[in-house]
Write a protein that binds this ligand. Structure first.
Ligand code: SAM
Length: 433
C-alpha cells in the first residue's frame, strides 16, 4: 500500500473508528487499490455505485472532474446530486465516502475547493424514510503530492453518512461551517478584512502583531512541529514556517478561508506547511504530536471549549506549549449593542479567569493569562484611521457599504472596550513533561 492510501485510511478510520468490512472503489487512475488490507469491489462508472449496498467505505478517485461533474464552469448540480444520492444509498449509516480530486490542472481551484466542500457538507436527502446526509470530517491535502511533486491541490474529502434532524423551514444555514462561510467569512468579507489587517492576516495588527504574539512562546526549537488552529488565510502559518523554521499544520473550518490559504501555498511552495479544512474540536490530530499549538483569535467561535481543550491537550507532546489569543469578555454589564453583536456572531466569550480555570482542569501547568485589551484598543484606533486615510485605495475594490461596515464595526468595538464588555486575551500553558 502507498503512503497516500495509508493517509486516506488514517483519515477514514478517524472519521469512523468502527472499521470497514464492505468497501467499494471507483478509480479513474489505478493508483488507489488498498490491496491486501480491505475486501473490496472495484467499479468503473459512477452509475455502478447503484449496485453497491451496505458499504462501510466508498473511495472515489479522480472521478468527479474527469466525468464532468465538476467543470471549469462550476459544479454540475444534477449529476453531482445523483452521485451523492447513490453514495448515500450504498453506504451504511456511519460509513465513509472518500472523494479524491486533484485540482492542480483545474481551471479555478479557488472557487471549486470551497464550493465542492459546501455542496457535500449541506447535501441532505430523504432515503427510505430517513433524513440523511454527510457529516463533514475534513478536506485535506495529500502529503505525497506535496512532497513528491509540489502539488498542494491534490485533495481528499472525508464524509461520514449520518442521520440528521430536518432543519427549521426558516433556517438560513445548515452547518456551522456553512454559517461561517455565509456570514462573517464570505469571500468579499475576507478580502475587505485582509485589506484592513494587512496581507495574509484576518486578525488585529496583521503581520507585525503576529510576530509579537509568537514571541510570547519564549522561543522555538528550529524544525519543531506546530499546529495553528483557525489559521484563516494562512498568514500565521507561513510566518511560523518562514521566520522560525517550524513545520506547521494549519486547520480552519471555513472553506473560503482555507481555500485561499491553499491556493497561496500552492504558488509559494513552502513544503513546511500543510492544511486541512476541518473542525478543530472533532478532528483527531493524534496523541503527543505537536511541540507547539497556536491559535490567533479563533476560539471565541467554539461552543464546546472543554472538548477543544481536551483535543489540544491530547495532541500536544509532553512538555509542549499552547498559546492562544482570543476575543473575550470583561467585567462590565453588557450593553444591548454588545449582546446583539455577540448573538449575531454566535461567539462564546470567556473571562480570563474562566480560561485559566479550564486550563488547570484539563491538566495544563505554567498557566499564564494576560489581558491585552489596551493593545487591542490601540490597534483598532490605528486600523480605523488607516481606513479613513486610504479610503481611495479601499474603494478600488470595495463599496461604500463595505467601508461603512468596517468603519462602524471598528468604532463599535472601541465602544464595547470602553464599557469593559469586549476584551482581547492571551493564554499560554504547558503540558506536563
Ligand atoms: N488565525 C487567523 C489569522 O490570524 O489571520 C484567522 C483568524 S479569524 C478571526 C478566526 C478563524 O477561526 C476563522 O478563519 C474561522 O473560520 C476559524 N474557526 C472558527 N471555528 C473553528 C473551528 N471549530 N475549527 C477550526 N477553525 C475555526
Amino acid at each position: 500500500m502507498s503512503a497516500t492510501e495509508r493517509q486516506i485510511l488514517r483519515l477514514a478510520n478517524a472519521a469512523a473508528p468502527a472499521g470497514f468490512k464492505q468497501v467499494a472503489i471507483l478509480p479513474r487512475t489505478s493508483s488507489l487499490k488498498f490491496s491486501g488490507l480491505l475486501s473490496s469491489s472495484t467499479h468503473s462508472e459512477v452509475t455502478s455505485l447503484d449496485s453497491v449496498s451496505n458499504a462501510d467505505l466508498i473511495v472515489v478517485d479522480k472521478v468527479l472532474v474527469s466525468d464532468g461533474l465538476v467543470t471549469k464552469d462550476g459544479l454540475q448540480g444534477g449529476p453531482l446530486d445523483s452521485f451523492l444520492l447513490s453514495a448515500l444509498t450504498a453506504l451504511n449509516t456511519g460509513g465513509v465516502l472518500v472523494v479524491r480530486e486533484d485540482l492542480s490542472q483545474h481551471a479555478n481551484p479557488r472557487v471549486t475547493l470551497p464550493s465542492l466542500t459546501d455542496y457535500v457538507d449541506v447535501f441532505r436527502r430523504d432515503i427510505s424514510g430517513k433524513y440523511v446526509g454527510f457529516d463533514f470530517y475534513c478536506a485535506e491535502q495529500l502529503d505525497s503530492s506535496i512532497h513528491l511533486t509540489g502539488n498542494y491541490l491534490d485533495f481528499v474529502w472525508i464524509l461520514r453518512k449520518k442521520e440528521f434532524t430536518p432543519p427549521a423551514a426558516d433556517a438560513a444555514t445548515v452547518t456551522f461551517r456553512d454559517f461561517l462561510d455565509k456570514t462573517q467569512y464570505t469571500n468579499t468579507g475576507i478580502g475587505a478584512y485582509e485589506w484592513m489587517f494587512g496581507k495574509d492576516f484576518i486578525s488585529p495588527g496583521g503581520y507585525d502583531e503576529n510576530i509579537r504574539v509568537l514571541e510570547q512562546f519564549g522561543g522555538f526549537e528550529y524544525g519543531a512541529k506546530m499546529l495553528d488552529i483557525g489559521s484563516g488565510i494562512g498568514g500565521g502559518v507561513r510566518q511560523a514556517a518562514a521566520v522560525y523554521g517550524l513545520q506547521v499544520t494549519g486547520v480552519d473550518l471555513s472553506a473560503n478561508m482555507l481555500s485561499e490559504a491553499i491556493v497561496r501555498i500552492h504558488d509559494e511552495k513552502d513544503s513546511r506547511v500543510n492544511y486541512s479544512i476541518c473542525d478543530a474540536v472533532t478532528y483527531d490530530f493524534g496523541e503527543n504530536v505537536y511541540d507547539y499549538i497556536f491559535s490567533r483569535d479563533c476560539i471565541q467561535h467554539i461552543p464546546d471549549q472543554d472538548a477543544l481543550f481536551k483535543n489540544i491537550y491530547k495532541s500536544l507532546k509532553p512538555g509542549g506549549v499552547v498559546l492562544i489569543t482570543m476575543y473575550g469578555k470583561g467585567k462590565g454589564a453588557w450593553t444591548e449593542a454588545f449582546k446583539k453583536y455577540n448573538d449575531q456572531r454566535f461567539y462564546h466569550l470567556q473571562t480570563l479567569d474562566e480560561v485559566k480555570e479550564r486550563a488547570l482542569k484539563h491538566g495544563f501547568e505554567a498557566v499564564h493569562v494576560e489581558n491585552m485589551t489596551e493593545r487591542f484598543r490601540e490597534i483598532l484606533t490605528n486600523e480605523r484611521a488607516h481606513l479613513e486615510k486610504e479610503k481611495a485605495d479601499f474603494f478600488k475594490n470595495y463599496t461604500q457599504a463595505e467601508f461603512d461596515s468596517l468603519y462602524n464595526g471598528w468604532s463599535a468595538k472601541l465602544k464595547y472596550i470602553e464599557a469593559d464588555n469586549h476584551n482581547w486575551n492571551l493564554f499560554r500553558a504547558r503540558k506536563p513533561a
